[in-house]
Design a protein around this ligand. Structure first.
Ligand code: FES
Length: 164
C-alpha cells in the first residue's frame, strides 16, 4: 500500500510532492492561497505621540451647555491644528500661542480639510490649493468675500470644549 502511495504521490520531499504543494522547485502555478505580500506598514504612531495627539480627552469634565469636550488641553501643542469630528460635525481646532480656536474643517473653495493644513501663527493654509484663513475669526485672506464658520471654545479643567 505504501509503495502504491509513493508511486502516485511521490516521495514526501520529491518533485511531485512539491508540485502538489506549489513549493519552489515545482512548476505548478501559484495557488490563490499562496502567502501574499505584507500589507503597507501602519502610519507611524511615534510622530503623533511626540506631538501629544494621542492624549485622550478627559471624561470627567462636564462641558458648559451647548459645548462638547473635543480634546485634552495638552493634546494639541502650540502651532498645531487638528481635525476633530464631534457630533457628526468636522471642525479644525488650532492652538495659537496657547489659545485654542476652532473653525469649520471644510474649505469653502473645494472642500479641503483645513485641519490637515499648515498653521503659521494664526493663519492656516488649506492643503489642497493654498487658500489661507485666519483661525481666530474665520476670515479668508485669499478671497475676502469668503469666511469660514468659527466655533466658541472654552477650556474646562483639562478639556478643550467647543460650542456646536
Ligand atoms: S480646497 Fe481649500 S484651497 Fe482649494
Amino acid at each position: 500500500m505504501s509503495f502504491l502511495k509513493t508511486l502516485l504521490a511521490g516521495r514526501p520531499n520529491g518533485l511531485r510532492a512539491r508540485l502538489f504543494k506549489g513549493e519552489p522547485g515545482g512548476s505548478a502555478p501559484a495557488s490563490s492561497s499562496a502567502p501574499s505580500r505584507k500589507p503597507e506598514a501602519a502610519p507611524p504612531v511615534a510622530a503623533e505621540k511626540a506631538m501629544g495627539l494621542l492624549k485622550e480627552a478627559p471624561k470627567n469634565v462636564t462641558p458648559p451647555d451647548g459645548y462638547e469636550v473635543v480634546l485634552h488641553k495638552d493634546a494639541l501643542p502650540e502651532g498645531q491644528i487638528i481635525e476633530v469630528i464631534i457630533g457628526g460635525t468636522s471642525i479644525a481646532v488650532a492652538n495659537v500661542g496657547g489659545h485654542h480656536c476652532a473653525i469649520t474643517n471644510t474649505c469653502p473653495h473645494a472642500g479641503g480639510p483645513l485641519g490637515e493644513g499648515k498653521l503659521d501663527g494664526n493663519v492656516v493654509t488649506c492643503p489642497y490649493h493654498g487658500w489661507k484663513y485666519d483661525v481666530t475669526n474665520g476670515a479668508c485672506l485669499t478671497d475676502t468675500a469668503v469666511k469660514v464658520r468659527t466655533y466658541k471654545v472654552q477650556i474646562v479643567g483639562d478639556a478643550v470644549c467647543v460650542e456646536l
